[in-house]
Design a protein around this ligand. Structure first.
Ligand SMILES: NC(=O)C1=CN([C@@H]2O[C@H](COP(=O)(O)OP(=O)(O)OC[C@H]3O[C@@H](n4cnc5c(N)ncnc54)[C@H](OP(=O)(O)O)[C@@H]3O)[C@@H](O)[C@H]2O)[C@H](O)CC1
Ligand SMILES: [K+]
Length: 511
C-alpha cells in the first residue's frame, strides 16, 4: 500500500506524463475509475445524481464522472461551487459535459433550484477539492459541503473528501463526510489520520493508468505497517537458546494504588518472548506483584510517603540498569518530584534502549531538554493528552495538527514517538511516519497502554531496534485486540485478555 503526499503525487503524475500518459488521460481514467466504483455498488440507471465540482483538476475528474454517469443512464446535474473551471483539462471536460443532456448550475446563482434538487437526490459526487486543498473551506465551499453533509444520499468523494489537507489530515470546519472515497493512484496520509479518516468512509484506491515505474523515484516518508513487515522484524527463536538469549528488561513501574499498570506491563513484555523481566517497584507493593507474576523477578525499591519510588532508590536502580538490555519506565509510577528525578536519572544514564510511558512522560514535562542527554535510543508512548502536555498545548490543538507536531517532535528530540489513538502513528527521528490500522475501541480502557509499553519494551530487550520494536508492538497489540474483540466483544473485552490472542498470532507465524 503506497502512501504519498500531494507533492509526491504531482511528481508521479509528471513522470507518467513524460512516459506518454497525458494529464488529460489521467483525468479521464480517474473519472472512469470513480464511476466504475459507483456502479459496483449502486445501479445508477435513472438515479438522481448531483456532482459538486471545484475549479481545479478534482473538479475536472467530476466532469468526467458526470459525463460517464449520464452515459450509464443516470439523471446527472453538475453544480459549480467556485464558478467556471480554471485548468485546461477541466475546461475541456466541462465543455464535453455541456454537449450532453446535463444541466450545469452555479452554487450561488442557482441556489433555489439546488435546494429543490437536494430534496430528492440519490447520489452525490464530491469533486470540489482533492490534493490541492489547503486551510479552511471558503464561504462557497463551506455552503456546498453543508449541503452535501445534510442531504440524504450516498456520498462518493473523489480522491479525498473536500476540506481535508491530503498531507496531514488537517480538517476544515464543515469538511465533507463521504460514505465512499475513491483515491487515485496512491493513498494519501489523510486517508489514515483520524479524525480525517472518519470523513472518508470506505476507501478504495483506483488505478488511473500510471505505470509502476513512475513511482520508483519517490522517496516515501509515510508507511502503513503490515503483518509481513512485523514478522520480518521478529527473528525465529534459535533452538539452542536460553533466557539470556532473549534479553533482560528492567521495568520500573507501579506505585501504591497503581499496581495493575506494573503487572500488565510485565505481562506484555513476557508475552512477546522477553527472556527475563525484572519489575522494580516500591517495596510495599512487591508482595502484591509477587503473588500475581510468577515468572518475573523483583527489585524492591525505597519509597516515599506516597507509596511511590523515592529518589533514594536511584543507586539500586543504577546497579540493575547495568545488566539490562532495555529499560521501561513509567507505567503507574505516579507523578511527583521523586519519580521525576528517577526518570531524569534513567534518561541520562541508561546505555540500553529506553521506553518512557505514562507518568514517565508526565515527569518529562518538567524538563523536556533532558531528552538531549539520552545516551541510547528512546521511545515515548504518549496518548494525546500526555503528548499535548509535553508540548504545552491543549489536546484539541494537538489533534488538529498531530502529524506535523509529532514529526517535528521526533526529529527535534531524536526519539521514536508512538502517538496512541485510533490508527496510532509512529514518528521516527529521521522524519518518517508509520501508521497502524489494527486495533479497535475495545482498547479504550485502562490497562491497554501498559500492555503496549511492555510489549514494545520487550521487543527492544530482545535486541530489535527501537523503531521496529514500536512497529511490532503497536501492530500486534492492535491485531490481538481485534481477535479478542471478535470473541469477547469490544465492550466486554479486558485489555489483559488480548494477551491470549497474541499467542495465536505468534502461533500462526510459527514463532
Ligand atoms: N494533475 C492532474 O492532471 C490530475 C489530477 N487529478 C485530480 O486533481 C486533483 C488535484 O488537482 P489540483 O488542481 O491540483 O487541486 P484541487 O482541484 O484538489 O484543488 C485546487 C483548487 O482548490 C482551491 N482551494 C484550495 N484551498 C482552498 C480553500 N481553503 N478554500 C477554497 N478553495 C480552495 C484552489 O483555489 P485557489 O483560489 O486557492 O487557487 C483551486 O481551485 C487530485 O486530487 C485529483 O483528484 C486526477 O486524478 C488525475 C490527474
Ligand atoms: K473531493
Amino acid at each position: 500500500m503506497r502512501i504519498v503526499t500531494s507533492d509526491q503525487m504531482k511528481q508521479i503524475e509528471k513522470a507518467a506524463a513524460l512516459s506518454g500518459l497525458s494529464y488529460y488521460d489521467m483525468m479521464e481514467n480517474a473519472g472512469a475509475a470513480a464511476v466504475q466504483s459507483i456502479l459496483r455498488k449502486i445501479n445508477t440507471n435513472q438515479k438522481r445524481i448531483l456532482v459538486y465540482t471545484g475549479k481545479g483538476n478534482n473538479g475536472g475528474d467530476g466532469f468526467v464522472a458526470a459525463r460517464l454517469l449520464c452515459n450509464a443512464g443516470a439523471n446527472v446535474k453538475v453544480i459549480l461551487v467556485d464558478g467556471e473551471p480554471r485548468t485546461e483539462d477541466a475546461i475541456t471536460n466541462i465543455n464535453l459535459v455541456r454537449t450532453l443532456n446535463i444541466e450545469v448550475f452555479d452554487l450561488i446563482k442557482d441556489i433555489d433550484k439546488i435546494t429543490v434538487l437536494l430534496q430528492n437526490v440519490d447520489i452525490i459526487v464530491d469533486a470540489i477539492y482533492g490534493t490541492g486543498f489547503l486551510g479552511e473551506l471558503r464561504q462557497n465551499a463551506k455552503q456546498a459541503a453543508q449541503q452535501i453533509n445534510t442531504a440524504i444520499a450516498a456520498v462518493f468523494a473523489l480522491d479525498l473528501p473536500s476540506g481535508i489537507n491530503a498531507d496531514n489530515g488537517e480538517l476544515s470546519e464543515d469538511a465533507v463526510f463521504a460514505d465512499f472515497t475513491i483515491a487515485f493512484d496512491s493513498l494519501k496520509p489523510a486517508h489514515f489520520v483520524y479524525p480525517a479518516a472518519e470523513h472518508c468512509g470506505v476507501i478504495e484506491c483506483a488505478d488511473i493508468g500510471i505505470a509502476p515505474q513512475c513511482h520508483d523515484y519517490i522517496d516515501l516518508s509515510f508507511y502503513h505497517i503490515t503483518e509481513e513487515q512485523v514478522f520480518t522484524n521478529i527473528p525465529q527463536r534459535p533452538v539452542n537458546s536460553n533466557k539470556g538469549s532473549f534479553g533482560k528488561l528492567l521495568n520500573i513501574s507501579s506505585s501504591f494504588g497503581m499496581t495493575g499498570a506494573g503487572r500488565l506491563s510485565v505481562l506484555g513484555a513476557q508475552r512477546v518472548g522477553t527472556g527475563l523481566v525484572t519489575l522494580a517497584a516500591p517495596r510495599s507493593v512487591i508482595a502484591i506483584h509477587a503473588a500475581a507474576l510468577t515468572e518475573a523477578v523483583f527489585l524492591p525499591l525505597s519509597e516515599n510517603d506516597k507509596g511511590s519510588i523515592s529518589k533514594e532508590a536511584i543507586p539500586q536502580i543504577a546497579d540493575k540498569l547495568k545488566e539490562a538490555s532495555a529499560c521501561l519506565i513509567g507505567c503507574g509510577i505516579s507523578n511527583n518530584e521523586d519519580t521525576a528525578a528517577v526518570t531524569e536519572f534513567i534518561i541520562k544514564n541508561a546505555k540500553c534502549p529506553l521506553l518512557i510511558d505514562a507518568d514517565g512522560i508526565n515527569a518529562l514535562c518538567r524538563n523536556i531538554n533532558v531528552l538531549y542527554e539520552a545516551k541510547a535510543p528512546v521511545v515515548l508512548t504518549p496518548h494525546p493528552a500526555e503528548m499535548a502536555r509535553l508540548l504545552g498545548i491543549s489536546t484539541a490543538q494537538l489533534l488538529v495538527r498531530k502529524v506535523e507536531l509529532g514529526r517535528e517532535f521526533a526529529v527535534k528530540y531524536r526519539v521514536v514517538l508512538v502517538l496512541k489513538g485510533a490508527n496510532t502513528l509512529i514518528f521516527t527521528p529521521e522524519g518518517t511516519t508509520l501508521v497502524n490500522t489494527t486495533g479497535n475501541s475495545g482498547l479504550a480502557k485502562g490497562g491497554s497502554g501498559d500492555i503496549l509499553a511492555g510489549m514494545i519494551a520487550g521487543f527492544m530487550a530482545q535486541g530489535i531496534p527501537a523503531e521496529q520494536s514500536a512497529e511490532c508492538g503497536v501492530y500486534l497489540h492492535g491485531k490481538a485486540a481485534d481477535l479478542c474483540a471478535a470473541r469477547l466483544s469490544k465492550t466486554s473485552m479486558m485489555p489483559s485478555e488480548l494477551l491470549e490472542d497474541l499467542c495465536i498470532l505468534f502461533l500462526e507465524h510459527g514463532r
